[in-house]
Every structure is written in C-alpha cells, then in structure tokens.
Design a binder for this molecule. Structure first.
Ligand code: NAD
Length: 257
C-alpha cells in the first residue's frame, strides 16, 4: 500500500492477459489505492483468466474488447458508462505484431504485418481516448505503455519500434487535444519485463540481460516499479505532467557505451 488515496475513483484497464501482464501490475496498485476498475479481455480465450483476476478485486467488472473492432470499443465504453457513470483513468497496455515480423530483416515487413502492428499497438489509443473522454467528466489520466525501441534500434523489435514511435507521437497529440478537458496523456517507457508479449520478441532474454548489465541501477526493473509510476501519473502528484514519456528502466536510456 502506497500513501496515495484514490478511493471513489474509477478506471478502465486494457491489456490484462495474465498475472504477469504489466496492466495487471498497474491494476493491482491502483486497486490498492482504492480505484474501482473495469478490465477488458481481448477474446474468449482470455476471458476466464481475466475474470478470475478481476474477481480478486472489490467491485471490478470485465468486458470484451478486441481493439481491432470499432463496435466492441463503442460497447465497452457504453457498458462502462452504465456501470460506473464516470471514469478518471485509462490504461492502454496492448500491443501486437506477427511473430515473423519480430525477427529477421525489418525491410521484409509486409504491408499487412505493418498495418496490423500499427493498428493494434498504436492506432488503438485514438478511439480509446476519444470514447473515454466524455466519461472523464472531471478530467482524467491516460497512460500508454511504450519501449525505447521507439528511439533506438533494437534488432528483433523491428516494426514494433515503428509502432511505439507512432504511439509516443499520439501521446503528445492527444495530450494537446484533450488538455483543455484536464485529461492528461502520458506514456511509461518500461525496461524489459518477462511477459507473454515480451517472449515473442526475438532475443528478448539477451536484451534483458544487457539492460541489467548496463543500466545505472545495475538490474532490471520490476512490474511493480512501472505500476508505482502509473499510480503517480493517476494521482494529483503529477497534475502538471502531460504529453510525456517517462522512462522506468533503471536508467538504461541515459547510457551510451
Ligand atoms: P502482455 O502479453 O501481458 O500484454 C499484451 C496485451 O495486449 C494482452 O493482454 C493482449 O490481450 C493485448 N492485445 C493484443 N492484441 C489485442 C487486440 N487486438 N485487442 C485487444 N487487446 C490486445 O504483455 P505486456 O508486456 O504486459 O505488454 C503490455 C504493454 O507493455 C505493451 O504495449 C508492450 O509493448 C508494453 N511494453 C512491454 C515491455 C516488456 O518488456 N514486457 C516493455 C515496454 C513496454
């Protein structure tokens, strides 16, 4: 339990697949601070697991939402409005690329693989924020998850790096667009964490090891450290921060050689 009280607030979390998901770490910390949460699950295969996790939190609800389906996005916010009335927080923690596009030559990325990665991992933030904004009647905080491959070359990350660059740009555009409604939009750039999505990245374990060797803190981060930063971004302590990408990477991003 951290000394931030968000009781009475409500939020929606996209991207829980299992208990290793970054979205779950964030949700757990927000719930401990008193936030009532709606969770989405991508498909029926994940429903049971997300239901089980959500069932451990007071007042949590779960809703289906494949980010490639406009109607499901509309429905999710309609149901959230009916259940919660208003929300203050939105966590976007979803990404996808075909496995083939996360190894080999970047220039081999096909049109469809490129479209898919960008649509799910970057474009999806736009409709989510657009539909969440009317429910954020007293302002709000949106958090997206990114990775340093948006700025640097991580062999293997390929088209996902392009998607993260797009996502980070969207964070700035959306922060501008929704600033007048006091909706803040930020991203957390996390160091490598062992999750389902990360396991799909070619060479992920080596990358994680190198991060731990080179980072000023000389270790990898934990999902809880990402979650604590998310809690800060949801709280009034960060009221002046929007449009930012905050690295939670044990300092790895400052290193050259
Ligand atoms: P994860 O596999 O637990 O989460 C990825 C989520 O994306 C899953 O819940 C999956 O259901 C969801 N998703 C994929 N396609 C979707 C679709 N069409 N519609 C709806 N949801 C869909 O892995 P994670 O590492 O927790 O990833 C969460 C976010 O964190 C991603 O944006 C990822 O790029 C980012 N990130 C991860 C790391 C890391 O090392 N794990 C580092 C930095 C950033």
């Amino acid at each position: 339990m951290y000394p931030i009280d968000l009781s009475g607030k409500k939020g929606i979390v996209f991207g829980v697949a299992n208990d290793r998901s970054i979205a779950w770490a964030i949700a757990s910390v927000l719930a401990k601070a008193g936030v009532q949460l709606a969770f989405t699950y991508q498909n029926d295969r994940l429903k049971e697991r997300v239901d089980r996790l959500a069932g451990t939190l007071d007042g949590a609800i779960t809703l289906p939402c494949d980010a490639s389906d406009d109607q499901q996005i509309i429905d999710v916010f309609q149901h959230t409005a009916e259940a919660f009335g208003e929300i203050s927080f939105l966590v976007h923690s979803i990404a996808f690329a075909n496995r083939d596009d996360l190894e080999g030559s970047f220039s081999d990325t096909g049109r469809e693989g490129f479209r898919l990665a960008l649509e799910i991992s970057a474009f999806s933030l736009l409709p989510l924020v657009k539909h969440a904004a009317p429910l954020m009647k007293n302002g709000g905080s949106v958090i997206a998850m990114t990775f340093q491959a948006s700025q640097r070359v991580y062999p293997g990350y390929n088209v996902m790096g392009t998607a993260k660059a797009a996502l980070e740009h969207e964070v700035r555009q959306l922060a501008y667009e929704f600033g007048e409604q006091n909706i803040r939009v930020n991203a957390i750039s996390a160091g490598p964490l062992d999750t389902l999505a990360a396991r799909g990245i070619h060479g992920f374990l080596d990358m994680k090891k190198i991060h731990a060797e080179k980072a000023p803190l000389q270790r990898n981060i934990t999902a809880d450290e990402v979650a604590k930063t998310a809690l800060f971004l949801c709280s009034d302590l960060s009221s002046g921060i929007t449009g930012s990408v905050i690295p939670v990477d044990a300092g790895y991003h400052i290193m050259a050689v």
